[in-house]
Design a protein around this ligand. Structure first.
Ligand SMILES: *Cc1c(COP(=O)(O)O)cnc(C)c1O
Length: 885
């Protein structure tokens, strides 16, 4: 019978066990294995719960067992230790408390999804897991972050398969009362309520749930409240569901409602107000508008407010894939922000300007959230070195006249939270462990994965309608001694789930190789609206269903954080074959590396930056360098063929031989012992040569290099430290310098400079050169008209460096030297600028001159997107002059 209503009965813990309640309510257990072990001991015979979720353990354990534990001295001592450890985490000074440079009192971190644990399923993939890792690392480092997001009542979907391999989606009902969440309440006890005005006099109300991620609070807005009309109640129904109006409402609630929730949180808890706002991707970009509105209430004009807001805002862009960027119909946005909608008092035309695609190829019917993100943040970054440069190129149209290298988007390479993603056994391994020990550890992890795969595959086949009698073969799926390759991620087309199927015969040969077989574990969810992605999954599932290969390749449904942990640690090789350069960073390979799993990947994102042959393989890519999205279908096919062929070749010629090379002369441990082989006629993997230690020495060395050299680069604390030092602290300083009076002056100055800019021009350039030799110098005189501006409003620069065949100054190391103005204007009102240019490099060399706005409160020369360069005429005359000299 179906219940008409569900609720959860909270256990009453006996007094001595009270601390268990606090431990269950703080998500630190998700990265603290002692706490997880403690909860395992609470109910060792209880039901398996996702990720060891303590809330579930407490929800299912019997009262008798609790009474027993309340008298168990050993248990109580362990409980006290773990509780003390949490207390220390929450209160002790950490790295952040010791740094200099007056860091921000608090930083708000907005994200549409947070992946902290499978027990709080509020993520769809990498973006969310990264946000979760960011909070955890911030907690470890003592960074005073406050996370802000939405609570989706159905989270993201759970995936299963139909009999013929088609993705099916289920939306579980999540009850916040059963999750480690608490309602944020006013002092009087009433729930904090956030309200947004919608067109037509509708109101969107939300409650705020608080999760504790160690010492970092996470606020999640929830529109599922009684007072809302059904339509509004459903705003936070699911992650990335619904049409574009639904998405817009979610993003308004996240950005605008999120700031209001944050203000309420600081008011009721006394937490310091954030000085810096960080938006993880453009989805939360409306947070800037809400802060503009707040300032407007205090009488601050729109332009002044934008200056104030920008100073303290950091924007991180996460994808070069157009589909990953939110673009709304301009009219839809206009409807929600006009007088009848939210943010009354903020001019809707000014709002629309912020999201306008004012660059060649832009669409004037569109409101672009990433573009607004960049306009409302003085500091912006991509998530790997390569992605930084791809993003500068992608958004260069917003800074016309500047070289791509000068587009003010920097990069901070993502990281992953090591305590979350490192298997306990790897963490506990002695640094001086010998080869045999290390190899044994790898086998233990692989064997655990094999068991997990069989269990999941069995469940999946039962789900697909098979009876258990038909499923005996699953006991022979995968072999704990066979080279195991993992591939798991979301299924957008650029990640190329089915590249491995390009030549099925070739793949089959690799899987069934008599002495050096490989086995593959594949997983991933397609977006519910992406039938193309679902077709790829079906193709893969149908291939893996074939009795000829089904013991060597499996597709596991419902990829998520719980599965990911066993997968990353249990595989020998982590495969990634995106279409370069569309993988902004990629993080699963980093998590694999933390566990000694070697990476085999297209050099994209993080792997482009850190790949070395000592600890992995790079799949040669046919990337032409440009945005891959513009490739013709034929080019794309050819590229897939080439890259797939390279992948097979690497596996066959390098990866498998390295894994199965067990030295010369001595017998190898027999493969497959204790694991019945599925089909007759398929041989055990036998080493080609026998001898030595019986261990794959080169492989083990690569594992060591992965753990020892790559491992230290990938952790999220490195990433969070970089955010603090390179973005949060400068943003906090900019924010402090930007009081309303200063912002007003800056806004006024910008308006004046913008208006006067058409009057700025370079009139004449003269150079006197003593000798064109290394160590010599050039003396320059430039005549500049400034119109209504003064020399203190601008900088006149000479830009010099190596030139390529088309006379472009290339290289990031170009010199930029300011020239000095003469004491007063010439008779015609123009100014003379002078200065030397040192010739400090050999070879083809060139220079040019330009004028830029200059103000101490600008974060960089390109900030305003204004620049004056020599006219074409002048440049041509100069070029001729150089030839004559
Ligand atoms: C790390 C992670 C991802 C992201 O993996 P990519 O390699 O960046 O695609 C996705 N899903 C889960 C569950 C993860 O843990």
């Amino acid at each position: 019978m179906k219940a008409i209503r569900r609720f959860s009965v909270r256990p009453v813990l006996p007094e001595p066990l009270r601390p268990l309640g606090d431990l269950a309510h703080n998500l630190r257990w998700s990265w603290h294995s002692e706490t997880r072990e403690l909860f395992r001991a609470v109910d060792p015979d209880g039901p398996r719960v996702s990720d060891g979720d303590p809330m579930r353990v407490l929800g299912t354990v019997s009262a008798r067992r609790l009474e027993e534990l309340a008298e168990d001295g050993d248990f109580l001592r362990r409980l006290a230790d773990v509780a003390d450890d949490l207390h220390a985490h929450l209160t002790e000074p950490r790295w952040y408390q010791r740094i200099e440079g007056e860091p921000p009192a608090a930083v708000a971190y907005f994200s549409p999804e947070f992946g902290i644990t499978a027990a709080l399923p509020q993520y769809s993939g990498g973006l969310g897991v990264l946000a979760g890792d960011h909070l955890k690392a911030a907690a470890d480092l003592g960074v005073p972050l406050i996370g802000v997001g939405l609570l989706y009542r159905h989270g993201y979907f759970r995936q299963s398969l139909s009999r013929d391999g088609w993705q099916l989606e289920h939306y579980p009902v999540l009850d916040p009362n059963e999750m480690p969440l608490e309602l944020l309440r006013e002092d009087g006890g009433a729930p904090v309520r956030v309200e947004l005005r919608l067109p037509g006099g509708r109101l969107l109300r939300a409650h705020v749930w608080q999760a504790r991620v160690g010492r970092v609070p996470l606020l999640l807005l929830d529109s599922h409240v009684e007072e809302n009309a059904p339509r509004e109640r459903d705003v936070t129904d699911r992650l990335y569901g619904g049409g574009s109006e639904h998405r817009l409402l979610q993003e308004m609630l996240l950005g605008i409602g999120g700031v209001r929730a944050l203000r309420a949180y600081c008011r009721v808890t006394g937490h310091p107000e954030p000085e810096v706002f960080h938006t993880n991707e453009g989805h939360a970009g409306f947070l800037g508008l809400e802060r503009v509105r707040e300032l407007g209430e205090r009488g601050v004009s729109f332009d002044t407010a934008v200056e104030t807001v920008r100073a303290g805002t950091v924007f991180t862009t996460h994808t070069p894939v157009p589909a990953g960027i939110d673009r709304f119909d301009r009219a839809l946005v206009a409807r929600h922000f006009d007088e009848d909608g939210e943010l009354p008092g903020v001019d809707v035309d000014r709002v629309l300007e912020l999201g306008a695609e004012t660059y060649p190829g832009g669409d004037d019917g569109v409101f672009n959230m990433a573009v607004m993100g960049l306009r409302l943040a003085q500091r912006a970054n991509g998530v790997s070195t390569l992605h930084g440069s791809v993003s500068r190129e992608m958004f260069a149209g917003l800074w016309p006249g500047f070289d791509v290298a000068e587009v003010p988007i920097t990069s901070i390479t993502n990281g992953v939270h090591a305590p979350t993603w490192t298997a306990d056994e790897v963490r506990e391994m002695r640094p001086d462990a010998g080869d045999a020990e290390l190899w044994e550890l790898r086998r233990t992890l692989r064997e655990r994965l094999v068991r997990e795969v069989r269990r999941r595959l069995y469940d999946s086949w039962r789900q697909r309608g098979a009876s258990s009698a038909e499923l005996g073969w699953i006991d022979g799926v995968l072999d704990p001694d066979v080279l195991t390759i993992g591939f798991a991620r979301r299924v957008p087309s650029y990640k190329r789930l089915t590249l491995m199927l390009r030549d099925r015969e070739r793949l089959t040969e690799l899987l069934l190789h008599p002495t050096r077989p490989v086995q593959l574990v594949v997983a991933g969810k397609a977006h519910p609206a992406d039938d193309g992605g679902k077709r790829l999954i079906q193709e893969l599932v149908r291939f893996a269903d074939d009795p000829r290969v089904r013991h060597r390749i499996v597709f596991l449904p419902d990829y998520g954080m719980a599965m990911a942990r066993t997968l990353y640690s249990g595989c020998d090789v982590w495969l990634n074959n995106p279409l370069r350069p569309l993988e902004a960073c990629g993080t699963s390979g980093m998590k694999a590396a933390l566990n000694g799993c070697l990476n085999l990947s297209v050099p994209d994102g993080w792997w482009d930056e850190w790949y070395e042959p000592d600890f992995g393989w790079a799949i040669p890519t046919a990337d032409g360098g440009g945005p891959a999205a513009e490739e013709s279908p034929e080019d794309r096919e050819r590229r897939d063929d080439m890259e797939a062929a390279a992948l097979y070749e690497l596996l066959h010629e390098h990866v498998a031989p390295c894994f199965y090379d067990r030295g010369v002369g001595s017998p190898t441990p027999e493969a497959g012992v204790g694991f019945p082989m599925p089909e007759a006629g398929v041989g055990f993997p036998m080493p080609e040569a026998r001898g030595g230690s019986g261990l794959p020495e080169r492989w083990i060395e690569m594992v060591r290099q992965t753990l020892g050299r790559l491992g230290p680069k990938v952790p999220a604390d490195r990433m969070v430290r970089e955010y603090v030092e390179r973005l949060y602290i400068p943003a906090a300083h900019a924010h402090r310098a930007m009081d309303v009076r200063t912002a007003e002056r800056l806004a006024g100055w910008k308006a004046r400079v913008r208006a006067a800019w058409p009057g700025v021009a370079i009139g004449h350039v003269e150079s006197v050169c003593e000798s064109v030799r290394l160590g010599g110098s050039l003396s320059l005189r430039v005549r500049v008209t400034l119109g209504d501006l003064e020399p203190r409003d601008v900088e006149v620069q000479v830009v010099a460096g190596r030139v390529d065949a088309s006379d472009s100054i290339t290289g990031e190391d170009a010199l930029r030297v300011p020239l000095k103005p003469s004491d007063g204007p010439e008779e015609d009102g123009s100014w003379l600028y002078e200065g030397p240019l040192a010739l400090d490099r050999t070879g083809p060399f060139g220079y040019t001159v330009r004028v830029l706005p200059s103000h101490p409160l600008l974060a960089g020369p390109a900030e305003m997107g204004l620049v004056a360069v020599p006219s074409d005429d002048l440049a041509a005359r100069e070029a001729a002059g150089v030839l004559m000299r």
